[in-house]
Design a binder for this molecule. Structure first.
Ligand SMILES: [Zn+2]
Length: 150
């Protein structure tokens, strides 16, 4: 194993989820990513992220965990020319209406920031990608959406 001058072993760069419990990152090419949400067993309300109380019927213990396919449509989007430290700018961000019913805010990738190809109503799919690098050089991974190639 390679060693640094201070004799500490060189650690490999890791991929770390931005937050536990938000999504599943495929471990092989045969697997697909999914978002971890919840669905109310009484009224059918779907949320992402997962909730413990349904915001529509306001009842406890009715929200069951569901895996959301990550298929949806762009509802609206914006190009952001500023970013927090460690993040990249410009970036495209927008609301995605998931086919299961939840509406979420997300990064939109796979296009340039001023790409005229992005349109409201466009089909998008979930991808898990790097959003920034932490102080130790690890990749911080999160959910993002990219236009579906037709
Ligand atoms: Zn409900």
């Amino acid at each position: 194993m390679a060693e640094q001058p201070n004799n500490e072993p060189v650690t490999a760069k890791k991929q770390i989820p931005v937050q536990e419990g938000l999504f599943y990152q495929p471990q092989s090419p045969e697997e697909k990513p999914y978002l971890i949400g919840s669905k109310c067993t009484v009224c059918g309300y779907v949320s992402f992220p997962k909730l413990t109380v349904c915001p529509r019927c306001v009842q406890k213990d009715t929200m069951a965990e569901v895996h959301l396919s990550g298929k949806g449509k762009i509802d609206m989007f914006s190009t952001c020319f500023a970013a927090l430290p460690g993040f990249q700018a410009p970036s495209v961000q927008g609301y995605i209406n998931l086919e299961e019913g939840a509406r979420i805010w997300s990064l939109i990738t796979g296009t340039g920031p001023s790409d005229e190809a992005i349109k409201n109503g466009m089909d998008v799919e979930l991808v898990i990608g790097k959003v920034r690098t932490d102080a130790d050089g690890n990749d911080i991974m999160s959910y993002q959406f990219r236009p579906v190639k037709s």
